[in-house]
Design a protein around this ligand. Structure first.
Ligand code: NAP
Length: 330
């Protein structure tokens, strides 16, 4: 199916089907921009199981999104986002965008079936995926809500983690910040780091070292997550002596970095050294290419929340709408 059958370029194409993409679609559709949203197609990419809907499709209970006082399951929340955008006329293409040409106007995009689409503006909302260790037990207990997570802010307040000994893996700002955050609920937090020095900023390190509930386990790396339906602990390997040990835990949080989904944009948009889209101006959604906007985790390595992504999706749609008006494209 080709949407631009009349050879008239689209006004706005949204790439990505998480909270940022769907919120951009709701705003763009209600502004009569007749948006098309490219949602990822369900597929296996190496070890990763890719499904449309973004990171919340891998989340169990979401308790921190306003408007859901009793919480909501991540996949159900994404179905609601989609239904709301469809109600206003959003069209969905179940394909990835694999190639772009921003060097001429209208822009050209190609999907995974090599179908080309032309558009005056683009909103990139392809997100970022949490990095995982890839060890036995990890994905099984993460997918089943068995106590393994890659987002302490999202999941840390769940009843299952209260008064438990929790593990956090990593040594960067996220790991230290999330360890400190988890001490609000946990009996104790073990920060598990593979080296003998943290990468996190000095001020965050000092805050963590002063916190009596945080113990840093230096030179340790998890090699297996233990437990059947719920985590009971981890097997650790000492990276110096190679000795194995067991640590009992009631929860494990990965904080070893994220990878933004921007490979197809390399050389076309200004990206930072980790691949995140660089904003042209702070607090706006414009990128290095006039008419290309971005929203959500693809440009945000700090907050990474559904609600902040949705907020930025709203801003990107408003920016695209203003851009079209300024350029006389009705
Ligand atoms: P990061 O800085 O890349 O740190 C990742 C950590 O995970 C590193 O300590 C790394 O160890 C460890 N790691 C990576 N792969 C591993 C593996 N396979 N096994 C075990 N450990 C592994 O990532 P981040 O902490 O998510 O931060 C990303 C960016 O966001 C940074 O620029 C950070 O400053 C920023 N950030 C800022 C704030 C804030 O200002 N409040 C909060 C969060 C993040 P090594 O140290 O040995 O490489």
């Amino acid at each position: 199916m080709i949407f631009s059958e009349s050879n008239v370029p689209e006004k706005v194409v949204i790439i990505g089907s998480g909270p940022a993409g769907y919120t951009a679609a709701i705003y763009a559709a209600r502004a009569n921009l007749n948006p098309i949203l490219y949602a990822d197609e369900p597929r296996q990419d190496g070890a990763a199981n890719i499904i449309p809907g973004g990171q919340l499709m891998f989340t169990t209970e979401v308790e921190n999104y306003p408007g859901f006082p009793d919480g909501v399951l991540g996949p159900e929340m994404m179905q609601r986002f989609e239904a709301q955008a469809r109600r206003f006329g959003m069209r969905v293409m179940p394909r990835m965008i694999t190639r772009v040409d921003f060097s001429r106007r209208p822009f050209r995009l190609w999907d995974s079936d090599d179908q080309q689409i032309e558009t005056h503006t683009v909103i990139v909302a392809t997100g970022a995926t949490a990095d995982w260790l890839g060890i036995p037990g990890e994905q099984r207990l993460a997918a089943s809500g068995g106590g393994v997570s890659a987002c302490a802010v999202c999941d840390g307040a769940l009843p299952m983690f209260r008064n438990q000994v929790l593990g956090v893996v990593g040594g960067g700002d996220s790991a230290v910040e999330e360890s400190t955050y988890l001490t609000k609920f946990a009996r104790k937090v073990c920060l598990i780091h593979r080296r003998d020095k943290l990468r996190a900023s000095k001020v965050m390190q000092e805050r963590a070292f002063k916190n009596e509930k945080i113990e840093v386990l230096w030179n340790k790396i998890p090699v297996e997550v233990l437990g059947e339906s719920k985590i009971t602990g981890v097997r650790l390997r000492d990276t110096v002596s190679q000795q194995l040990s067991t640590l009992e835990l009631g929860g494990l949080f990965m904080a070893i970095g994220h990878t933004p989904a921007t490979k197809f944009l390399a050389g076309h948009l200004d990206l930072d050294d980790k691949g995140y889209i660089r904003l042209k101006e702070p607090d706006r959604t414009s990128t290095s290419v006039d008419g290309v906007f971005c929203a959500g985790d693809v440009a945000d390595h700090v907050y990474r929340q559904a609600v902040t992504a949705a907020g930025m999706g709203c801003k990107a749609a408003i920016d695209a709408e203003r851009w079209l008006t300024e350029h006389g494209i009705e």
